[in-house]
Design a protein around this ligand. Sequence first.
Ligand code: NAP
Length: 495
Amino acid sequence: MAFSAAHESQLLASVPTGLLIGGQWRPATGEKTFDVEDPATGETLLSIADATPEDGAAALDAAVAAQESWGKTPARERGEILRRAFEAVTARADDFALLMTLEMGKPLAESRGEVTYGAEFLRWFSEEAVRTSGRYSTSPDGKSRMLVNKKPVGPSLLITPWNFPLAMATRKIAPAVAAGCTMVLKPATLTPLTSSLFAQVLQEAGLPDGVLNIVHTTDAGGVTGPLIQDPRLRKISFTGSTPVGRSLLADASQNVLRTSMELGGNAPFLVFEDADLDAAVTGAMAAKLRNMGEACTAANRFIVHESVAGEFAEKFAAKMSELTLARGTEDDSKVGPLIDGKSRDKVHALVQDALDGGAKAVTGGSPVDGAGYFYQPTVLIEVPASARILQEEIFGPVAPIVTFSTEDEAVAMANDTEYGLVSFVFTKNLNRGLRIGEKLETGMLGLNAGVVSNAAAPFGGVKQSGLGREGGLEGIEEYLYTQYTSIADPYADDQ
Ligand code: NAP
C-alpha cells in the first residue's frame, strides 16, 4: 500500500532532528545542520543537527556517567526494555518502513522486511540478556575455587552504515543494552532519520537517560577521533567499508580497545552443473537484488559451471529485465534508486571497465535518465578475469558471470579476494556442498539459499571482511568481558 504525501510529511515531522545526549534532544553546538535527501527525487526530506567535536565529547560524558548504574541494572529489566522496544517497532512497522524508504530508497516491501529483521535483534537479545552465565569450579589441584563472571565492557562507540538504517543499529544496540553497556551511536550521514526514530522508541520503552546517545555529524573523523583516543571509551563496533574499518582499527590500537568490525564483502555465488537451475536463479535474485545490490552480503561474482552458464545467464537476465524501477514508495517498485550519484557513477565505472575488457551485457548496462539515482539491473557475461568488477564490491544491481570447469577451479576463483564475508553454493549434492563449504574462506555460507541473515545466527566475516560476530549466541559476548576470581581453599581452616 502506498502512502500519501500528507502521510509522508506527518511522519517526517515526528522524527527528532537533534542530537540525543543524556536523554535530551538538542541542537548541535553553533546550531549547524545538514540536509537529508530522498535518493529517488533528490529533494530534501529534513535538516538534522550536525554535531561538533564538543557535542561528541558531551555524548561520551553522558555515556560514561550512565555506565555504573546501567551496568548494575538487573539483566531482566534490561531485557524487558528490549522486549517493549520490539513490540513498539513491530506496532509501528509502517512508519519505520516508510522512513527507511524515504531516506535510503529501497522499495517498501524490502523496508518492511528490514523492520522484521531489525526488530528481531531486539527480541533475540531481550531473551539473551538473562543468559550471560559464568561458572564456579574447583581448581584442578583441589586447593582453590574459581569464579568466572561476565561483566559489561563499558561505554561503546557504535558506527553504522546507510544501507540497512534500522537493522545495522539494532544489531549493535540490542546486544549492548542486553550486556549493560552505554553507547554513543554515530549513524551514517545519508540515513540518520531511522536511528533517531528508533532512539525515541527506546526512550518510550524505558531506556534510562544517557544509555544511548546519538551524534549525527558530517565530520565523522573529527567527532569520533577524539572519542577513540579517550581512555574512558572501552569499545568500538563498526559496520562499514573495509578502508574505514582498517583506519579505525589502527586508531583503536592506541588504547587497545575491544573492536568489532563488520566490513565489506565480495561474495562468490557458485552454481554447479548438478544444481536446480530455477532454484539457483531464485537464490541469485535474492542474493543480488536485495537492497538493489547495496548489501555487504550481495552476491558479487557469479561463478557458474561452463555446462550450465548459458542457461543460467538467460534465465537470470530474463528475471532481472522484468523488474520495475520506481521510487520505493510506489506499489509496483521492485528496484529503488542507488543511494547517491557518487555510488551510481562507481557502479557504472565498474560495468564500463568490464565492457571495455570484452564483457557483454545480456541485459542492462546503463544508468537510467531522469530524477533519482536509478541503475538498470544488469547481467554481464564473458567477463575477463582482469576486470575490476570481480575484485571490488559493486554495491549495485549488477551481476557479472564467469565460468569454471572443475571444483578446484571454482574454489580457487571464489577465494581469490581479500574479502571473506559470505559465499553461496548451489548444488543438489549435499556432500559436495559441505566439501566446498569447508574449502571456502568465508564467515558465512548459503547452501542452496540466497539469504543468510538471521538474528539467531552469528553474522560476520573472515579475512578483510571483519572481526567478531553480531547476532546469535556470539553477539552479546562482543559487549562482555570475562572476570576471574581465585578463591582460597574454603577447607583451609576446617579442622
Ligand atoms: P563507510 O563509508 O565506511 O561508512 C560507514 C560509517 O562510518 C558511516 O557512519 C560513516 O559516516 C562512518 N565513517 C566514515 N569515515 C569515518 C571515519 N574516518 N571515522 C569514523 N567514522 C567514519 O561505509 P558505507 O558506505 O556507509 O557503507 C557501505 C559499506 O559497509 C560497504 O563496504 C558494505 O559492505 C559495508 N557493510 C558491511 C556490513 C557487514 O555486516 N559486514 C553490513 C552493512 C554494510 P558518514 O556517513 O558520515 O560518511
